[in-house]
Design a protein around this ligand. Structure first.
Ligand code: ADP
Length: 424
């Protein structure tokens, strides 16, 4: 009973070590000590066997030694031989190798002599068809291992196998992630340079077609004017797309730097409403804005902040009904740490299941209405990245048929009046 209780205790501690420690090295170091002490062995080893190539080798990964004067085991190369299954019996050595495919170096008299091994018990560490190595006990004196001891060591080895398997999975995931990140970085650098090459010719297409349209190169017919107008419109649309790709890839490549300045939000909103008045009145949409008295302004990149607002407001108009509303509201968070900017519309709304994808590149909610609208599907992806670059976050709430609320929040820093000041 007593022994059984101790066995269960040992297994519980080993499983705990495996579950709680992160590094394989730490796990093995603690496990060999627990096992060595429990079995009162002179040495407890976790080894990795390298069976590839002509000469198999055995590399100790972790080792517990009962006596300080015992020499540590060195990595050993030994001849490739089949294990004498199931049990190898030697004159002064009992070696239990039930599952091993190959002989262990313990079968070699020279190795035994050099390492003072009179008796050894070894089990394979394997899990899900992969052999990771061996768990071995050494005794400097002759010792007869009991079947119960071999069985217990086998269960422990199975648990260690699980730990190896998990570490391997983790490693694979980590390297896959690193490879994906490196590929993504390369893609961003490529896009950044490509976009630059694309912009130069596009600018001349736009410039020259506008000159022709305005009659600066001589008289043109009405039909020619319509055609050249289309050339310049398409050119502009393409330029917008290229610029957005350039911005996104710059952010991804870590090459977009903000130039932070003080932004007067009241001035900015007045400008924006002016810019959008024509587009809004074409659909008879009313735009309103309200800034809480405590919000004085924001520390941000003025051009980029404007871009964030432009993207959100143009969407709020684009995906809105005739005679709809767009309301912009700016206010401080309760703890005054953030400035919140809210853009509400009374438009079509966004279905719940489309929400998770909304801020990814090239995403357009696939309803027939959205499809009719001009767009690149990059606006929101870029907006989110620009907000995050400022240290902020963005989120959306939406009800189909009722409308959407996009809210982004940026760190307030000096943007909110101190309570004393605002009460004056
Ligand atoms: P696009 O260039 O297509 O407007 P965005 O990234 O700005 O690209 O938006 C992605 C998609 O999200 C849009 O195609 C549209 O379907 C949806 N969307 C964005 N804003 C709104 C909004 N205010 N109301 C309804 N749908 C919206």
């Amino acid at each position: 009973m007593e022994r059984r209780f101790q066995r269960e205790n040992l297994l519980r501690r080993i499983v705990e070590i495996i579950n709680n420690a992160m590094e394989m090295e730490t796990i093995l170091k603690r496990i060999v000590q627990e096992i060595g002490l429990f079995f009162q062995a002179d040495r407890c080893l976790v080894c990795q066997y390298d069976m590839e190539g002509e000469n198999p080798s055995m590399n100790p990964l972790s080792e517990y030694r009962r006596r300080e004067e015992t020499q540590p085991i060195r990595a050993t190369v030994y001849p490739k031989r089949r294990a004498e299954a199931p049990t190898g019996n030697f004159a002064e050595l009992t070696l239990i190798t039930r599952t091993f495919q190959y002989a262990l170096p313990e079968a070699d008299p020279g190795y035994r002599r050099e390492n003072h091994i009179k008796s050894a018990l070894a089990v394979e560490i394997h899990y899900r068809g992969t052999s990771y190595g061996a768990l071995i006990l050494h005794q400097a004196e002759p010792r007869v291992w009991e079947p119960g001891e071999a069985a217990l060591l086998q269960i422990i080895a199975l648990n260690i196998g699980v730990a190896f398997y998990q570490a391997q999975l983790y490693q694979q995931e980590k390297s896959a992630k690193l490879a994906a990140e490196a590929a993504n970085h390369k893609k961003s650098l490529f896009l950044a340079s490509m976009s630059h090459e694309l912009r130069t010719p596009l600018n001349s297409i736009i410039g020259y077609s506008e000159m022709i349209e305005q009659g600066m190169t001589g008289e043109i017919t009405e039909k020619q004017r319509r055609f050249i107008h289309n050339v310049s419109l398409s050119g502009r649309h393409l330029l917008e797309l290229v610029n957005e790709i350039l911005d996104i890839s710059k952010i991804e490549a870590g090459k977009l730097n903000l130039s932070i300045d003080w932004v007067d939000l009241r001035k900015l909103l007045a400008q924006l409403i002016d810019v959008f008045s024509e587009l809004a009145s074409a659909k008879n949409i009313v735009i309103t804005s309200h800034i809480h008295q405590d919000v004085l302004g924001l520390e941000a990149d003025p051009g980029r902040l404007k871009q964030i607002f432009i993207n959100l407001i143009s969407n709020a108009i684009k995906f809105n009904h005739q005679d709809g509303r767009v309301d912009i509201e700016i206010y401080p968070s309760l703890d005054k740490e953030w400035v919140l900017c809210e853009i509400r519309d009374t438009g079509y709304g966004i279905p719940e299941d489309k929400m998770p994808e909304l801020f990814s590149e090239f995403y357009q909610v696939d309803n027939s209405y959205a499809r009719q609208q001009e767009g690149t599907g990059l606006g929101l992806a870029l907006t989110k990245r620009l907000v995050e670059l400022h240290g902020g976050t963005i989120h959306v709430e939406s009800t189909v048929g009722v409308g959407s609320v996009f809210t982004f929040q940026l760190p307030a820093k000096a943007a909110i009046a101190a309570p004393l000041l605002s009460s004056v």
